[in-house]
Design a protein around this ligand. Sequence first.
Ligand SMILES: [Zn+2]
Length: 279
Amino acid sequence: MRLTLAGLVAVAAFAQQPGAVLIITDAEGVAGVCRQQQVEQGNAEMQRLLTGEINASVRGFLKAGAQQVVVWDGHGGSWTLTAQTIHDQARLITGSLGSKMLMDSGRFAAVAFVGQHARANRERAVMAHSYSSLGIQKLTMNGAEVGEIETRAALAGAFNVPVIFLSGDRAAAEDLHAIVPEAEAAVVKDGISYYACESMSAAAAQALIEQKAEAAWRKLARIKPYKVNGPVAIEMELTTRSTPSPDAVLGEGVERIGPRTLRFRGKDFLEAWTRWNGR
Ligand SMILES: [Zn+2]
Protein backbone atom coordinates (compact mmCIF):
# COMPACT_ATOMS: atom_id res chain seq x y z
CA MET A 1 0.00 0.00 0.00
CA ARG A 2 1.30 3.46 -0.94
CA LEU A 3 0.55 6.28 1.42
CA THR A 4 0.62 9.87 0.30
CA LEU A 5 2.05 12.54 2.58
CA ALA A 6 -1.49 13.72 3.32
CA GLY A 7 -2.41 10.13 4.14
CA LEU A 8 0.52 9.80 6.52
CA VAL A 9 -0.45 13.02 8.26
CA ALA A 10 -4.01 11.75 8.58
CA VAL A 11 -2.80 8.42 10.03
CA ALA A 12 -0.55 10.24 12.51
CA ALA A 13 -3.39 12.53 13.57
CA PHE A 14 -5.71 9.54 14.03
CA ALA A 15 -3.07 7.75 16.12
CA GLN A 16 -3.01 10.69 18.51
CA GLN A 17 -6.77 10.71 18.95
CA PRO A 18 -8.45 10.46 21.32
CA GLY A 19 -6.06 12.03 23.82
CA ALA A 20 -7.63 10.88 27.04
CA VAL A 21 -6.16 8.60 29.69
CA LEU A 22 -8.23 6.62 32.20
CA ILE A 23 -6.56 6.30 35.60
CA ILE A 24 -7.82 3.30 37.56
CA THR A 25 -7.14 3.89 41.23
CA ASP A 26 -6.74 1.54 44.18
CA ALA A 27 -5.40 1.88 47.70
CA GLU A 28 -3.19 -1.10 48.56
CA GLY A 29 -0.33 0.04 46.31
CA VAL A 30 0.00 3.57 47.70
CA ALA A 31 3.28 4.61 49.38
CA GLY A 32 2.95 4.42 53.16
CA VAL A 33 -0.13 2.19 53.02
CA CYS A 34 0.60 -1.18 54.52
CA ARG A 35 -2.14 -2.15 56.93
CA GLN A 36 -5.72 -3.28 56.54
CA GLN A 37 -7.04 -0.39 58.65
CA GLN A 38 -5.51 2.09 56.21
CA VAL A 39 -7.53 0.78 53.29
CA GLU A 40 -10.88 0.74 55.10
CA GLN A 41 -13.49 3.24 53.98
CA GLY A 42 -12.97 6.73 55.38
CA ASN A 43 -9.31 6.42 56.34
CA ALA A 44 -8.23 10.06 56.02
CA GLU A 45 -4.49 9.41 55.81
CA MET A 46 -4.89 6.93 52.95
CA GLN A 47 -7.25 9.31 51.13
CA ARG A 48 -4.63 12.08 51.31
CA LEU A 49 -1.77 9.81 50.26
CA LEU A 50 -3.72 8.30 47.34
CA THR A 51 -5.01 11.68 46.15
CA GLY A 52 -1.46 13.04 46.24
CA GLU A 53 -0.27 10.19 44.02
CA ILE A 54 -3.19 10.53 41.61
CA ASN A 55 -2.62 14.26 41.26
CA ALA A 56 1.09 13.67 40.66
CA SER A 57 0.26 11.31 37.81
CA VAL A 58 -2.25 13.84 36.40
CA ARG A 59 0.49 16.49 36.36
CA GLY A 60 2.81 14.10 34.52
CA PHE A 61 0.24 13.12 31.89
CA LEU A 62 -0.79 16.74 31.26
CA LYS A 63 2.82 17.90 31.03
CA ALA A 64 3.46 15.24 28.37
CA GLY A 65 0.46 16.38 26.31
CA ALA A 66 -2.54 14.29 27.36
CA GLN A 67 -5.68 16.22 26.41
CA GLN A 68 -7.85 14.82 29.16
CA VAL A 69 -7.23 12.84 32.33
CA VAL A 70 -10.14 10.87 33.76
CA VAL A 71 -9.78 9.37 37.23
CA TRP A 72 -11.94 6.46 38.33
CA ASP A 73 -12.31 5.93 42.08
CA GLY A 74 -11.67 2.19 41.91
CA HIS A 75 -11.11 1.23 45.55
CA GLY A 76 -13.70 -0.29 47.84
CA GLY A 77 -16.94 0.59 46.06
CA SER A 78 -15.80 4.07 44.94
CA TRP A 79 -16.02 5.89 48.29
CA THR A 80 -12.42 7.11 48.52
CA LEU A 81 -11.93 10.19 46.32
CA THR A 82 -13.57 13.60 46.34
CA ALA A 83 -13.86 16.35 43.75
CA GLN A 84 -12.69 18.77 46.46
CA THR A 85 -9.12 17.55 46.28
CA ILE A 86 -8.69 15.99 42.85
CA HIS A 87 -6.45 17.89 40.38
CA ASP A 88 -8.44 20.81 38.97
CA GLN A 89 -7.84 19.74 35.36
CA ALA A 90 -8.84 16.10 35.89
CA ARG A 91 -12.32 14.62 35.75
CA LEU A 92 -13.46 12.24 38.47
CA ILE A 93 -15.68 9.20 38.00
CA THR A 94 -17.43 7.85 41.09
CA GLY A 95 -19.41 4.58 41.05
CA SER A 96 -19.34 1.45 38.90
CA LEU A 97 -17.91 1.63 35.38
CA GLY A 98 -19.80 -1.47 34.25
CA SER A 99 -18.20 -4.63 32.90
CA LYS A 100 -16.44 -2.94 29.95
CA MET A 101 -15.13 -0.08 32.11
CA LEU A 102 -15.95 2.47 29.35
CA MET A 103 -13.29 0.86 27.15
CA ASP A 104 -15.89 0.45 24.41
CA SER A 105 -16.46 4.23 24.34
CA GLY A 106 -13.48 4.83 22.03
CA ARG A 107 -12.60 7.73 24.29
CA PHE A 108 -9.36 6.50 25.82
CA ALA A 109 -5.93 6.30 24.25
CA ALA A 110 -4.40 4.73 27.36
CA VAL A 111 -5.05 3.23 30.77
CA ALA A 112 -2.97 3.81 33.91
CA PHE A 113 -3.03 2.23 37.37
CA VAL A 114 -2.32 4.30 40.50
CA GLY A 115 -2.03 2.68 43.94
CA GLN A 116 -2.21 -0.80 42.42
CA HIS A 117 -1.50 -4.05 44.26
CA ALA A 118 -0.39 -7.42 42.86
CA ARG A 119 -2.59 -10.44 42.23
CA ALA A 120 -3.65 -12.89 44.93
CA ASN A 121 -1.07 -15.40 46.20
CA ARG A 122 1.96 -13.27 45.32
CA GLU A 123 4.77 -13.32 47.87
CA ARG A 124 6.29 -10.12 49.27
CA ALA A 125 3.31 -8.24 47.92
CA VAL A 126 1.41 -5.78 50.11
CA MET A 127 -2.22 -6.86 50.57
CA ALA A 128 -2.13 -8.76 47.29
CA HIS A 129 -5.53 -9.97 46.15
CA SER A 130 -7.62 -10.42 43.03
CA TYR A 131 -10.70 -8.18 43.15
CA SER A 132 -11.84 -9.27 46.59
CA SER A 133 -9.67 -10.33 49.51
CA LEU A 134 -12.82 -11.52 51.27
CA GLY A 135 -14.44 -13.29 48.32
CA ILE A 136 -11.83 -14.70 45.92
CA GLN A 137 -8.91 -16.97 46.84
CA LYS A 138 -7.55 -17.42 43.36
CA LEU A 139 -8.34 -16.23 39.85
CA THR A 140 -6.90 -17.77 36.69
CA MET A 141 -7.16 -16.94 33.00
CA ASN A 142 -6.37 -19.80 30.64
CA GLY A 143 -4.58 -21.52 33.53
CA ALA A 144 -2.34 -18.63 34.63
CA GLU A 145 -2.99 -16.82 37.92
CA VAL A 146 -4.21 -13.29 37.34
CA GLY A 147 -5.57 -10.29 39.20
CA GLU A 148 -6.86 -6.85 38.41
CA ILE A 149 -3.77 -5.84 36.45
CA GLU A 150 -3.91 -8.72 33.95
CA THR A 151 -7.68 -8.81 33.46
CA ARG A 152 -8.08 -5.04 33.12
CA ALA A 153 -5.10 -4.90 30.75
CA ALA A 154 -6.80 -7.63 28.69
CA LEU A 155 -10.09 -5.72 28.75
CA ALA A 156 -8.37 -2.54 27.55
CA GLY A 157 -6.41 -4.59 25.01
CA ALA A 158 -9.63 -6.05 23.60
CA PHE A 159 -10.39 -2.46 22.53
CA ASN A 160 -6.78 -1.81 21.40
CA VAL A 161 -6.02 0.42 24.37
CA PRO A 162 -2.62 -0.07 26.07
CA VAL A 163 -1.83 0.12 29.79
CA ILE A 164 1.04 2.61 29.86
CA PHE A 165 1.71 3.26 33.55
CA LEU A 166 1.43 1.75 37.02
CA SER A 167 2.34 2.93 40.47
CA GLY A 168 2.35 0.45 43.31
CA ASP A 169 4.61 -1.98 45.11
CA ARG A 170 7.39 -3.89 43.35
CA ALA A 171 5.25 -7.02 42.93
CA ALA A 172 2.51 -5.07 41.14
CA ALA A 173 5.08 -3.51 38.80
CA GLU A 174 6.44 -6.98 38.04
CA ASP A 175 2.94 -8.26 37.32
CA LEU A 176 2.39 -5.53 34.74
CA HIS A 177 5.85 -5.84 33.20
CA ALA A 178 5.29 -9.58 32.68
CA ILE A 179 2.52 -8.73 30.19
CA VAL A 180 3.40 -5.16 29.09
CA PRO A 181 7.20 -4.87 29.26
CA GLU A 182 7.24 -1.36 27.75
CA ALA A 183 4.94 0.19 30.36
CA GLU A 184 6.42 2.70 32.82
CA ALA A 185 6.22 1.78 36.50
CA ALA A 186 6.78 3.82 39.65
CA VAL A 187 7.76 1.37 42.40
CA VAL A 188 6.90 3.26 45.58
CA LYS A 189 7.40 0.45 48.11
CA ASP A 190 8.65 -3.09 48.61
CA GLY A 191 6.46 -5.67 50.27
CA ILE A 192 8.04 -7.59 53.13
CA SER A 193 4.90 -9.58 53.79
CA TYR A 194 1.17 -9.14 53.32
CA TYR A 195 0.95 -6.43 55.99
CA ALA A 196 4.55 -5.19 56.12
CA CYS A 197 6.42 -3.00 53.71
CA GLU A 198 9.32 -0.62 53.23
CA SER A 199 8.04 2.55 51.57
CA MET A 200 9.24 5.76 50.01
CA SER A 201 8.04 9.00 51.58
CA ALA A 202 4.87 10.47 50.09
CA ALA A 203 6.85 13.37 48.60
CA ALA A 204 9.43 11.10 46.96
CA ALA A 205 6.74 8.73 45.66
CA GLN A 206 4.78 11.61 44.12
CA ALA A 207 7.89 13.03 42.42
CA LEU A 208 8.67 9.59 40.93
CA ILE A 209 5.06 9.08 39.82
CA GLU A 210 4.92 12.46 38.06
CA GLN A 211 8.15 11.73 36.21
CA LYS A 212 7.15 8.18 35.16
CA ALA A 213 3.63 9.22 34.10
CA GLU A 214 5.12 11.92 31.89
CA ALA A 215 7.54 9.39 30.37
CA ALA A 216 4.69 6.91 29.81
CA TRP A 217 2.56 9.36 27.83
CA ARG A 218 5.56 10.40 25.73
CA LYS A 219 6.14 6.78 24.66
CA LEU A 220 2.44 5.95 24.24
CA ALA A 221 2.78 5.03 20.56
CA ARG A 222 5.44 2.43 21.42
CA ILE A 223 3.43 0.58 24.08
CA LYS A 224 1.44 -2.34 22.75
CA PRO A 225 -2.07 -3.22 23.94
CA TYR A 226 -2.16 -6.55 25.83
CA LYS A 227 -4.08 -9.00 23.67
CA VAL A 228 -5.43 -12.33 24.87
CA ASN A 229 -6.30 -14.19 21.67
CA GLY A 230 -8.56 -17.19 21.16
CA PRO A 231 -11.11 -18.76 23.52
CA VAL A 232 -10.77 -17.80 27.18
CA ALA A 233 -11.59 -19.63 30.40
CA ILE A 234 -11.60 -17.63 33.63
CA GLU A 235 -11.64 -19.76 36.77
CA MET A 236 -12.47 -18.36 40.15
CA GLU A 237 -11.83 -20.12 43.42
CA LEU A 238 -14.16 -18.47 45.91
CA THR A 239 -14.01 -18.28 49.67
CA THR A 240 -16.49 -20.30 51.70
CA ARG A 241 -18.57 -17.23 52.49
CA SER A 242 -18.92 -16.15 48.84
CA THR A 243 -19.62 -19.54 47.24
CA PRO A 244 -23.08 -19.82 45.66
CA SER A 245 -25.28 -22.58 47.06
CA PRO A 246 -25.22 -25.93 45.21
CA ASP A 247 -28.63 -25.31 43.65
CA ALA A 248 -27.87 -21.75 42.49
CA VAL A 249 -28.70 -21.19 38.82
CA LEU A 250 -25.55 -20.26 36.93
CA GLY A 251 -25.61 -18.25 33.71
CA GLU A 252 -24.74 -19.37 30.19
CA GLY A 253 -21.10 -20.37 29.83
CA VAL A 254 -20.70 -20.66 33.61
CA GLU A 255 -20.04 -24.00 35.29
CA ARG A 256 -19.12 -25.20 38.75
CA ILE A 257 -15.93 -27.22 38.47
CA GLY A 258 -15.27 -27.73 42.16
CA PRO A 259 -16.98 -27.15 45.51
CA ARG A 260 -15.86 -23.49 45.55
CA THR A 261 -14.70 -22.96 41.97
CA LEU A 262 -16.58 -21.50 39.01
CA ARG A 263 -15.47 -21.41 35.39
CA PHE A 264 -16.54 -18.77 32.87
CA ARG A 265 -15.91 -19.66 29.25
CA GLY A 266 -16.06 -17.47 26.18
CA LYS A 267 -15.11 -17.57 22.52
CA ASP A 268 -12.84 -14.64 23.37
CA PHE A 269 -11.77 -12.64 26.41
CA LEU A 270 -14.72 -10.25 26.30
CA GLU A 271 -17.31 -13.01 26.27
CA ALA A 272 -15.74 -14.84 29.22
CA TRP A 273 -15.25 -11.58 31.09
CA THR A 274 -18.79 -10.29 30.69
CA ARG A 275 -20.15 -13.69 31.77
CA TRP A 276 -18.42 -13.21 35.08
CA ASN A 277 -19.34 -9.58 35.52
CA GLY A 278 -22.85 -10.20 34.27
CA ARG A 279 -23.63 -12.52 37.16
ZN1 LIG B 1 -7.75 -3.82 44.01
